[in-house]
Design a protein around this ligand. Structure first.
Ligand SMILES: Cc1ncsc1CCOP(=O)(O)O
Ligand SMILES: C=C1C=NC(C)=NC1=N
Ligand SMILES: [Mg+2]
Length: 223
């Protein structure tokens, strides 16, 4: 899909933003993603990272397979970190962290595709917005062990602070998010939640995703 995303469409897509790589799965990533889509995820990020992560041809082949499933169900397909892979696959966008290539360099490479940036504080947010981020991934909101080098959990205050300071672009919270705490993230001002293990390690992935979805939708209606 190469449609350019309006803010409104991106906010919708960020509601239940599943992130996964092979090391986050107990069974076939193809099965995990298909079940997550059946459960109602709204966007997918391929994040092949960490101990025993695939590289080279194997990584490319898995990315291609997962992108094919996303295309079939019209779910936006985002690639974490690996801009070259995103370009080769003509992904819908990329997500980069503070230590990845500079935003202008990435923007030059991807054109008007989605460019998500991880931010942890107002200073990083100011720069990322100025340089052209389309959405912020903010966290870790709650404690998580999924990302080995994650910063300490900040709680939802950072989300409220960003909104209070006028950051009105699409924002997704990330880090230790589950169906139980997702509503706090939305109430604090995020447009959606990004999760890895609450979905990828669930006993019943379809059900876990549906419950997470309900937690988000319920709360949106209240706002
Ligand atoms: C990629 C990333 N960035 C901040 S926390 C995190 C890991 C989120 O994983 P989980 O949803 O399992 O806590
Ligand atoms: C680190 C990350 C933060 N936020 C998002 C959405 N994705 C990531 N990979
Ligand atoms: Mg990165």
């Amino acid at each position: 899909m190469t449609t350019t995303f309006t803010d409104a469409k991106l906010r919708e897509a960020l509601k239940v933003y599943f992130i996964m790589g092979s090391i986050n799965c107990l069974k076939s990533p193809v099965e995990v993603l298909t079940e997550a889509i059946c459960g109602g995820i709204t966007m997918f990020q391929f994040r092949e990272k960490g101990t025993n992560a695939l590289v080279g041809e194997e990584k490319y082949a898995l990315a291609e397979e997962l992108q094919f499933i996303c295309k079939k169900y019209k779910i936006p397909f985002i690639v974490n970190d690996d801009i070259a892979l995103a370009q080769t696959l003509k992904a819908d966008g990329v997500h980069i962290g503070q230590e990845d290539d500079p935003i202008p360099v990435v923007r030059e490479q991807i054109g008007d595709k989605i460019l998500g940036v991880s931010v942890h504080n107002v200073e990083e947010a100011k720069i990322a917005l100025q340089k052209g981020a389309d959405y912020f991934g903010v966290g870790p909101i709650f404690p998580t062990t999924t990302k080995a080098d994650a910063k300490p959990a900040s709680g939802v205050a950072i989300l409220t602070e960003l909104r209070m300071k006028g950051y009105s672009l699409p924002i997704v919270g990330i880090g230790g998010i589950t169906a139980k705490n997702a509503s706090q993230v939305i109430k604090a001002g995020a447009d959606g939640v990004s999760v890895i293990t609450a979905i990828s390690l669930a006993d019943n992935i379809v059900h876990a995703t549906k419950v997470l979805n309900e937690a988000i939708i319920q709360n949106d209606r209240k706002n």
